[in-house]
Write a protein that binds this ligand. Structure first.
Ligand code: SF4
Length: 161
């Protein structure tokens, strides 16, 4: 069977982001992989129980979702609400989906406190990004799943068996 790829639902055109938008990735590879039935969609935040739209959230005082998973950092909405437990739940749900479908690769929306894999925002809600990864990307990588940002789709193609 073809290698399956876990993909952020907003990259597939679903309007599930916090602000009600999608982040549609118009790329021939995505269309091809859909035809080949390789794509397994996930939106960790919706799976955690959030609705759309929702307040923006950022990881505070850490560059990696690993620190959230180990209890050393939190995910907080711009309202001040601590949503760490929900972000962890979303990450576990995405991991369960990946394992269930045998996905060893993921293509996730960069910058998100869940799906970011190369950069995230710094927790001050000032639009400042830094190198880092979100909670779902961290948990997937802890379980040996290779996570790529949408900007790396061609690198993922080159690595796919
Ligand atoms: Fe997209 Fe991931 Fe945010 Fe869901 S959690 S809207 S899939 S970036």
């Amino acid at each position: 069977p073809q290698a399956r790829i876990l993909v952020s639902a907003c990259l597939l055109g679903r309007p599930v982001r916090y602000n009600g938008s999608a982040k549609t990735l118009a790329h021939d590879l995505l269309a091809r992989w859909q035809t080949e039935e390789r794509i397994v969609p996930t939106c960790p935040e919706l799976e955690a129980g959030f609705s759309t739209p929702r307040p923006p959230a950022e990881i505070q005082n850490a560059q990696s979702g690993d620190d959230v998973l180990s209890g050393q950092a939190h995910v907080v909405e711009d309202t001040g609400r601590n949503v760490t437990a929900l972000y962890e739940r979303g990450a576990r749900s995405a991991l369960a989906t990946a394992l269930q479908h045998g996905c060893r690769f993921a293509l996730l929306t960069d910058g998100s406190p869940s799906c970011g894999s190369r950069f995230i925002y710094d927790g001050a809600f000032a639009g400042r990004r830094h190198h880092g990864q979100g909670v779902t990307a961290a948990l997937l990588r802890q379980h040996g799943i290779a996570v790529f940002a949408e900007s790396e789709i061609e690198r993922l193609r080159d690595l796919l068996p």
